[in-house]
Design a binder for this molecule. Sequence first.
Ligand code: PEP
Ligand code: MG
Length: 538
Amino acid sequence: MDTYHGKSVMQGIAVGRLYLHRRADYHAAALKAADKKAERARFFAAVEEAKADLALLYDEALAGVGEEQAQIFEIHRMLLEDECYLGAVSAKLSEGYQAEYAASCAGKELAAMLAGMDDEYMKSRSADILDVSQRVLRALLKLPEEGIHSKEPVILAADDLTPSETLKLDKKKILAFVTVKGSVNSHTAILARSMGIPALVNTEFPFTDSLQGKTCVVDGFAGDLIVEPKEALLSQMLAKKEAWEADVLALEQLKGQENRTKSGKTIQIYANIGCVEDADAVLLADAGGIGLFRSEFLYLGRESAPTEEEQFAAYRAVLQRMEGRKVVIRTLDIGADKRADYFQLDEEENPALGYRGIRICLDREDIFTTQLRALYRASAYGRLAVMFPMIVSVEEVRRIRQIAESVRKGLLEEGCTLGEVELGIMIETPAAALISDQLAQTVDFFSIGTNDLTQYTLAADRENRRLEKICDSHHEAVLRLIGMTVQNAHAAGIWVGICGELAADQTLTEYFLKLGVDELSVSPSAVLRLRRVVRELP
Ligand code: PEP
Ligand code: MG
């Protein structure tokens, strides 16, 4: 039995087998082959292998989820017979390149060409071409299929996970997360929290194959990963798990109750989400609404940006699902740790202080207006509020409002029916907090992003695990900026919420109530626990 200590980002106990998740490296260098004919044969053998895999996946999906979902594997199989793709690879092979490079290069070129087409159908095939060429590459490199290959749900262990990798994982198969790297305020930790399963980051365990498949316990209270626990400890952990589950059950009784202190003060408790499906957890938790929908997660883990139609469908689905409860959607906050290749963002010396969020949107108006059009169109289906991240100046807000207004007018001229939309901003830079008196004159609400507000106030990268002690949201400077923001919001007559991770910190709930914060937005699994704390306050 070995115990390794990490930082817990989500409480709970999980017992199961450890599954080591390794990042697939499918990079193919532009190398020349010694024998062109042999290389061609290797490529076609890999294509046949990929086709056989796809046929199997089709049969599995057909039996499991039905014809409609299974169809994608058939389309991919057909793409492997497509003359355009095979012709493009063949040309590279004739130039003497190795099969790996020929497959990946031709796939990328063809995908870029399709992505540039006006036809939506052809555009959407771009991601499929990339997918199939990756499959061929995997076959050539003899790498296993991506994802979790286990019939049972597992404890997923990884050296590190990016937000887009986390999004791609099959959540039904994960009992808990353990990563060697990572920090408590990273987006991967936030995603784990939103899944409501125990999770540890910054865990000092040897990431070696010998651990694969071993029975383990993740103790999300103590922050421990226990490998092959002794009988006595295992029973102790199972008892702890049972007690936790009983408490979760007891919290159910708070559903339908108000977030009201004994003396009658109330506060809204909303939930944070990252995808449409998370809305179910919000309703299950009986949250008052959605305080932060991180829309950039719709853009991650894919090969091209979601179209206006795709986004419209996602926003409309969430608004309809929430049946009149308020939904605050944050516009694209890409950059820093949240990256997607198709944005072609340059490598930066200081990504957190770099080209991200609203800075990109105000530069690349096509991306911004596509999202705003989808949002305004969805506004007819519920109670929508839209907010903008990373604001540092009144000028930015003016520009945003101009663009939003022209999108709104354009849609009305096209005959669209639109609902009311509140426009707000995130207060997550010290600059925004310090001029919150001026900013409050320009918007309908503020939402304080304590994760970034902390990193920027204390000059401490939230992703850097060595700085966790310094990157402390309880620091007097951060609390003062929060206080100042709340005061300025109320002086201007607008509402103010907190949507960073600090909102769920129960040691500060009383303080936030005293400040007069109107809304706290937390992960769905934290909603009822926070309600209990509020109800127990004097
Ligand atoms: C924040 O910065 O506090 C926030 C809520 O946004 P994100 O964590 O997505 O940066
Ligand atoms: Mg932020």
